[in-house]
Design a protein around this ligand. Structure first.
Ligand code: KG4
Ligand code: ZN
Length: 336
């Protein structure tokens, strides 16, 4: 079974070719980071125009690398949301065109669900498990019972974790995307230089709030000079506050459900310090913590193709007039 997976939810044009559920024949990601960096964040209009310009080229490249032809495909899987609506639409319309002309099934999938399940591209995990999805647009804790059967345990009430990183980096004008740059600075910094607040950390929910932490950082920056001497310390302290909250909330989900297996996905999960904290503290608490490789944490077409396999195996396909969604509830726009 050969499935093409397409993701254009934000600023990466990604197309992958997946044979069955584990054999990644190609996974091509065309990043627009340089185009958006000058603006300090993703400009939705530019993102969708660039997807339109590149989607055809990237899809052909994915097929070329995978030594396949459009006619070899068994189905086309595509992110139908959530994401920047103009960007999602480009991938979805392209996928519809392919499905229609090739007379093959179209499968519209949920991007967050794809992040949560991406671990299966590289390894197996016993079910059920707790997934923490931390990306630029979402911070969510999900109980995964099996592919296509999920319950959301917690979500952010305001900003996503990655968004907080990106906004702080924009405020300091140190570049985009913020998460990777803040991680770089933090490597040389003292994590306890500033005691930033840990919002909602001690309540009894699995929900998050990062907007207050962002404001606390900006207030700190307004009252203290941040320069080359202390920037690493201040950013390391900020990064530690974010990671602390993410870990404590995940631990709460583990305690509430009694499920000692945790999978962390999404762009922020490529952060080295986050991986270290989750591994170390997880071990102390008797948790098995698993991560995808960094390349499968950030947006990619392979995770979308993988969901396509799961859906198709269950006989779930999408109509050719399927809609794109900027917001989209789990378990996906086709209920399992
Ligand atoms: O999953 P992703 O590629 O796209 C979305 O679905 O949003 O995640 C992008 C987010 C951005 O906010 C970016 O700053 C963050 O992931 N990110 C990181 C790192 N690399 C990317 N955050 C912290 N540390 C990193 N190394
Ligand atoms: Zn993503």
């Amino acid at each position: 079974m050969l499935i093409l997976g397409i993701d254009t939810s934000c600023d990466d044009t990604s197309v992958a070719l997946l044979r069955d559920e584990k054999e990644i024949l190609s996974n091509v990601v065309s990043s627009q980071v340089d185009l958006h960096a000058v603006f300090g964040g993703v400009v939705p209009e530019i993102a969708s125009r660039k997807h339109l310009e590149f989607i055809d080229i990237i899809a052909k490249e994915a097929l070329r690398e995978g030594k396949a032809d459009y006619r070899d495909l068994d189905a086309i899987s595509v992110t139908a949301g959530p994401g920047l609506i103009g960007s999602v639409l480009i991938g979805l319309c392209f996928a519809k065109g392919l499905a229609c002309s090739l007379q093959k099934p179209l499968i519209g999938v949920n991007h967050i669900e794809a992040h949560a399940m991406s671990i299966f591209l590289e390894r197996d995990v016993d079910l059920p498990f707790i997934a923490l999805v931390v990306s630029g647009g979402h911070t969510m804790i999900i109980r995964i019972d099996e592919p296509c059967r999920y319950s959301v345990l917690g979500t952010t009430k305001d900003d996503a974790a990655g968004e907080a990183f990106d906004k702080i980096a924009k405020y300091l004008a140190i570049g985009y995307p913020g998460g990777r740059i803040i991680e770089e600075y933090s490597r040389k910094g003292k994590k306890d230089h500033v005691m930033f607040p840990r919002p909602m950390m001690d309540d009894n929910t699995c929900d998050f709030s990062f907007s207050g932490l962002k404001t606390a950082f900006i207030n700190y920056a307004k009252h203290h000079r941040i320069d080359e001497k202390n920037i690493a310390d201040v950013l390391a302290s900020f990064q530690e506050a974010v990671i602390d909250v993410l870990f404590q909330k995940t631990l709460r989900a583990v305690k509430k459900t009694g499920i000692p297996r945790v999978v962390v996905g999404g762009g922020v999960a490529s952060n080295g310090r986050l991986r270290e904290v989750f591994q170390e503290r997880g071990k102390e608490g008797g948790l098995a913590v698993m991560f995808s490789s960094p390349g499968f944490c950030t947006d990619n077409g392979a995770m979308v193709a993988l969901l396509g396999h799961y859906y198709l195996r269950r006989g779930i396909v999408s109509p050719l007039d399927a809609k794109a969604f900027s917001r989209m509830a789990l378990p996906g726009f086709m209920k399992c």
